[in-house]
Design a protein around this ligand. Structure first.
Ligand SMILES: [Zn+2]
Length: 415
């Protein structure tokens, strides 16, 4: 099963926006692009929202049927591991093997030695076509990389084996992710991680490393853009080399787990993939849920009331809601408006504060990040929340579509 050159992962916490999301992608494809939608949802999201992996498949199939979409599309079992993968097997056809927890776990000394020995031809000054300076590969560096990543790649091999046994060869797309860690992987790390995956016969089609910089939820990238550009370009070149050298699938491409809305790196990524004619998978999640809250606020009346209630509950429970996302948010609580203040807001003030429009004076990334991690609050409201999603489906759908098309796809594909 092949993913296609460009793909975008769209998360949809409450499974109501599949059609609006697909409309945005189809609109981008009208310009001749072939971007495949991938509906991604992690185990954690399913637990919080009380949904089942089969719901995502239903949503995707229904959206495709409604709009008569004829291109490729996928359902991603996002960030699964051996203990969480089973319920996804039947309905997902894209699996994100999250092995971050195994980084740094010890491997047998003999395995480390064998890996280092297998890399002999790469030792010294290793020239990667396109990268200005050759990579400096020493035995010590290889030992370090092996000690760090062999266990993680072994874990990927075990999850892959489980999928082959339960889903069958060729019936799914394989992604390997290591992004949910603090320390970024360098292009040299990536090169040898790919060799390990190839050695272990894991035919990764996308790989999600941890890039340099902060990828906080729902807000822009924070970090050194020049450094990011260099690293991203080198990763692309390393992948190209690894595909040829280690025999990995030809379509192998980077998967950027963006945490949504990394607008300032979109043009950088766009330029690099254009320069080398490479593919890209960009995962977003949560940006659609935020558009639901925005849409409710736009609707005014009971919609705006509910959006305010969501904020009040989020504010009162911020410690609990932020804890699971501590590494991927940065909220300055002194910059969060009080509940009383927000309760006096108009639709316009609420949406200007929450909507991600860089330069809009009311935009508040602290407010936005808090709502981003607060979907549990809406999930607890049950039908009160989903009922209004359905009542205001037109307004909300427009917000969802505009967000994905205008703010994401246009920036990423130069539309
Ligand atoms: Zn991720």
């Amino acid at each position: 099963m092949m993913l296609g050159k460009y793909s975008i992962g769209v998360g949809d916490r409450f499974a109501h926006q599949g059609v609006a999301q697909l409309r945005a992608i189809m609109k981008a494809n009208e310009s001749g692009l072939e971007i495949s939608p991938v509906w991604n949802k992690s185990n954690r999201e399913h637990i919080y929202v009380h949904t089942h992996p089969a719901d995502v498949r239903k949503e995707a199939d229904a959206a495709v049927a409604t709009l008569g979409y004829t291109g490729k599309y996928f359902v991603d079992a996002d960030h699964i591991n051996l203990s969480t993968v089973a319920p996804f097997v039947e309905t997902a056809d894209f699996f994100t093997l999250d092995v971050a927890a195994f980084i740094g776990k010890p491997s047998a000394e003999a395995d480390v030695k064998a890996f280092v020995a297998s890399c002999e031809k790469y030792m010294g000054e290793l020239a990667i076509p396109g990268i200005e300076k050759p990579l400096h590969v020493t035995k010590e560096l290889l030992e370090e990389i092996a000690s760090k990543f062999l266990a993680a790649t072994q874990q990927a091999a075990e999850i892959y084996k489980f999928l082959i046994e339960n889903k069958g060869t060729g019936n799914f797309v394989t992604e390997v992710s290591m992004d949910e860690v603090e320390t970024p992987q360098t292009p040299i790390d990536l090169l040898f991680i790919l060799k390990m995956l190839a050695d272990k016969k894991v035919p990764a089609q996308t790989i999600a490393p941890k890039f340099t910089g902060r990828f906080n939820k729902g807000v822009d990238y924070r970090g050194d853009l020049v450094q990011f550009a260099k690293e991203f370009e080198e990763d692309v070149l390393v992948i190209d080399y690894a595909v040829k050298e280690f025999g990995l699938p030809e379509e192998l491409k980077l998967s950027v787990h963006s945490g949504s809305d990394k607008f300032s790196i979109y043009p950088i990524m766009a330029e690099v993939i254009k320069k080398y004619d490479k593919g890209l998978h960009l995962k977003t999640a949560g940006t659609t849920w935020l558009e639901e809250v925005i849409g409710l606020a736009v609707a005014g009346g009971e919609g705006l009331e509910l959006a305010k209630k969501i904020y009040a509950n989020s504010y009162n429970r911020k410690d609990e809601l932020c804890a699971p996302y501590a590494d991927v948010i940065d909220i300055d609580t002194s910059k969060l408006p009080s509940i009383d203040e927000v309760n006096n807001w108009t639709s316009e003030k609420y949406t200007n504060t929450l909507r991600h429009i860089p330069g809009q004076p009311d935009y508040n990334p602290n407010f936005r990040q808090l709502i981003h991690v607060a979907y549990k609050v809406a999930a607890e409201m049950g039908e009160t929340y989903t009922g209004l999603l359905e009542k205001y489906t037109d307004i909300i759908g427009k917000c969802v579509e505009e967000n994905i098309y205008d703010r994401h796809l246009k920036r990423l594909f130069n539309l």
